[in-house]
Ligand binder design. Structure first.
Ligand SMILES: [Cu+2]
Length: 139
């Protein structure tokens, strides 16, 4: 006659600890995935809404709250305008430093990271006289 082990499985303390750690890892992975999805699913904003990047857009961000992972898309007529990402002084004084990058494809998308981001149009007096400047605070 064969002898059998008891049918009830009794887990050792060590096995319990290992299972606990595995469970915690699994939970951590799920949270990381959720965080990642959050970033990928940031909101896409069209600067100036249906009017695009144009004169007097400086107040456009006023009623919006931006978060890291959101994106900013500029649509504009590139015969008349451009987009330059500048620093705070560049924004205040409407000056694009030589280090600033100028975009003029007519459509640019900027992924937003936490911090404040500044954009101007450096064509003629559009920034200083026409309000083509944006300060975007990203949370
Ligand atoms: Cu312009």
């Amino acid at each position: 006659m064969l002898t059998r082990n008891p049918p009830v499985q009794i887990r050792t303390r060590r096995e319990q600890v290992t299972m606990g750690a595995a469970l915690l890892s699994a939970i951590a992975v799920v949270f990381l995935l959720i965080a990642r999805i959050d970033v990928v699913r940031g909101k896409l904003y069209f600067v100036g809404d249906q009017y695009g990047w144009r004169y007097d857009d400086q107040d456009w961000p006023a009623d919006k709250k931006f978060f890291a992972g959101d994106e900013l898309r500029f649509f504009y007529d590139n015969l008349f305008h451009n987009v330059v990402e500048v620093d705070e002084a560049g924004y205040r004084n409407c000056v694009a430093s030589p280090a600033s990058k100028t975009f003029n494809s007519g459509e640019e998308t900027f992924p937003l990271e936490k911090g404040t981001h500044y954009f101007i149009c450096s064509v003629a007096d559009h920034c200083e006289k026409r309000g083509m400047k944006l300060a975007i605070v990203v949370n």
